[in-house]
Write a protein that binds this ligand. Sequence first.
Ligand code: G1P
Length: 295
Amino acid sequence: MSSRITKAVIPVAGLGTRFLPATKAMPKEMLPVVDKPAIQYVVEEAVAAGLTDVLMITGRNKNALENHFDRVGELEATLERKGDTEKLEKVNYSTDLADVHYVRQGDPKGLGHAVLRAAMHVGREPFAVLLGDDIIDSRDVLLSRMIEVQGKKHASVIALLEVEPEAAQLYGIATVEATAEADVVRITGLVEKPAPGTQLSNFAIIGRYVLQPDVFDVLEKTEPGKGGEIQLTDALQVLASQNIAGGVYGVVFRGRRYDTGDRLDYLKAVVRLAADREDLGPPLLDWLREWLPTR
Ligand code: G1P
C-alpha cells in the first residue's frame, strides 16, 4: 500500500550563511559530518525508506552536489590502478545510491516555493520532503514509519519532536490531538516560527514530511508569510484546518536527531556520530576523557 511512494524531494538551495566563510564557494550540504558530506546521510535515509528517485531543488553554487552523486572517472581509474578497492567502493557508493535529479529553484522565495518546484517531477502521487539540516540516526526509524502512516491515513504526515519552549521560535510549531496510536497525532494547527512565548505547544516540525500532492495546489496560492517567504508550514496549515486530502498527521520522533544547520549543533553532530563509530569512537573517546579535565 505504502510502497508506491518512491520520490524524495530535498531542497538544497539555501545559502548557508551561518557557515561563512566555509560556504563561500562550497554548498553547506557538502560539509563533512565525520567523513561523509551531510547530504549523503540524507540521501541514504531516503533510500533506506525505499525512496530511490531523489529530486534536489538546487541553486547557484551547488555544482559540487551534482558532482558528488556522479561518476568521477579519473579518481576511479587511479584507485583501480592502485587496487584500493575499499576507497573505490566508497567513491562508487554515492554514485550508485539513488537516481538523483536536479531542478533549480530560481528566486529564493522560501521552502514552500522550493517544494512547489518539484510539482512537475512528482506528479499526482504522495512524496517525501527531507531537509538537509536534519540528520536522523540510521539506527532509529522515522521516515518509513511516516510512509506507513501516510498509507493508512491517506493524509499528509509530518515529523514532530518535542522541544524546550525557548527553542520553539526556531521551528514550525504544531497543535495536536492524540490518536489511538501512541506515536501518531492529528494536527489541528500549525504556526511557522512563533514569536517567543506565544507557542501553543512544544511539538516542533523537524525536516521530514510525507505529503499528498494536493499540497502543490495550496502552495500555488500561498502568499509570503514569515520572513517574507512562501512557507511550507502555511500550506500545511491550510491542509490541516480545511481537512484537505485527509488533513495532516504527525509522527512523534523520540530517536536521535542531529542538527547540522547551526555551528555548535554541527560540532556536536560530528562528535556524537564519530563517537559511535567502531574505527574512530574508542580513540576519540579516550582522547576526550584525557583532554577535557585539562580545560
Ligand atoms: C524549516 C521549516 C520549519 C521547520 C524547520 C525544521 O525552517 O520552515 O517549519 O521546523 O525547517 O528544521 P528552517 O530551519 O529552514 O528555517
